[in-house]
Design a protein around this ligand. Structure first.
Ligand SMILES: Cc1ncc(C[n+]2csc(CCOP(=O)(O)OP(=O)(O)O)c2C)c(N)n1
Length: 339
């Protein structure tokens, strides 16, 4: 399948195509963003426990699925509606560790919202990460609308929108998918299904076989994927993106992932998550598994060096964010109203 377009050839997709699964540069790129997201999440969680940042929500366990999605996009040309667990996704697009830290600390130079939004409400004009709202699922019809806008303007962009399986129970899900399918809009709907919506397990969220099974009713392809396998996710996302760019319409992907942490830093999942499930989480963690494969491809020394560089990057990001200025009253309405 070819996804190269003459009009956009100057844009380099993070993972050059066509290429084999074992391409070391692609594996290294994936690991770097998975591990950087993990290290950032863990540091921000610690900072929340120390009272230095107000709140933390992590994507731990979902990183592999996210780098797989990002690998199929053209950063800066395609639009992305990321949700609050998508640290690895936005880092893979070009957002920096420092920018994520600035948002965690709520600083004026936080590019997502100048310190006015909750952490992980990603928004970045350069990388076309579109501002989202906290009500879950609202991004889904917005993504369909953006795709319609792209078509009306003659832009070749594809829109990726991510959300949890809990958000897929909102009416917004139906409206967004139905509209996008009818108008064959270039959208990739990606449900990162971690089995929980705060304390609500999947069995109390949906009675059918899963989220992707609904795709047939909308008249679009739906695929269930192992979200711990970034290469499988990338390949499915490439197919979905190619279909969207051809004008054949949207695709629904359901990526089975795990949520390694409580819902947020203000949640205690021991109150509702069975002990057996919590104990089984480390074995389902995609990161050590992927690291093992990378050591096989690159050697231990190179992967260790990569880990060291990531740790240093997180230290530097934290130091820069800690000393960055707070927003002031004059920032309150910045970018809120058109002048
Ligand atoms: C419309 C709406 N209802 C409830 C909430 C409170 N809330 C925030 S996150 C969340 C869970 C969403 O679960 P899911 O979509 O599965 O994503 P996950 O957090 O598991 O990744 C809920 C209920 C909200 N933000 N918006």
């Amino acid at each position: 399948m070819s996804t190269t377009h003459s009009r956009t050839r100057r844009i380099r997709t993070p993972i050059e195509r066509p290429e084999g699964h074992a391409d070391p540069a692609a594996l290294r790129w994936m690991y770097r963003h998975m591990a950087l997201a993990r290290a950032l999440d863990e540091r921000i969680w610690q900072l929340s426990r120390q009272g230095l940042v107000p709140f933390a929500v992590t994507g731990r366990g979902q990183e592999a699925a996210q780098v797989g999605l990002a690998a199929a996009l053209r950063p800066g040309l395609d639009y992305v509606y990321a949700y609050y667990r998508d640290v690895a996704l936005v880092l893979s697009l070009g957002v920096t560790a420092e920018e994520v830290m600035l948002a965690a600390f709520g600083r004026r130079t936080d590019p997502f919202s100048a310190g006015r939004q909750m952490p992980n409400h990603f928004s970045h004009a350069r990388w076309r990460v579109v501002s989202g709202s906290s009500p879950v699922g609202t991004q889904i019809p917005q993504a369909a609308g953006t795709a319609l806008g792209c078509r009306m303007r003659g832009e070749e962009a594809v829109v990726l929108v991510t959300f949890g399986e809990g958000a897929a129970s909102e009416g917004d899900f139906h409206e967004g998918l139905n509209f996008a399918a009818i108008h064959r809009l270039p959208v990739v709907f990606a449900c990162e299904n971690n089995g929980w919506a705060i304390s609500v397990p999947q069995r109390l969220q949906l009675a059918g076989p899963g989220v992707a099974a609904r795709a047939a009713a909308y008249g679009m392809p739906g695929h269930v994927l192992d979200g711990a396998d970034p290469l499988a996710v990338r390949d499915a996302a490439l197919e979905a993106v190619a279909r969207a760019r051809r004008g054949d319409g949207p695709t629904l992907l359901e990526l089975k992932v795990v949520r390694l942490d409580p819902h947020t830093s203000t949640d205690d999942d021991r109150t509702y998550r069975p002990a057996a499930e919590r104990e089984a989480l480390p074995a389902a963690d995609p990161l050590p598994r992927f690291r093992l494969g990378l050591v096989g491809a690159l050697g231990e020394a190179e992967v260790d060096a990569l880990d060291d560089a990531i740790a240093a990057e997180v230290d530097a990001a934290m130091a820069a964010a800690e000393t960055a200025p707070e927003p002031g009253p004059e920032d309150l309405l910045r970018d809120v109203y058109a002048s």
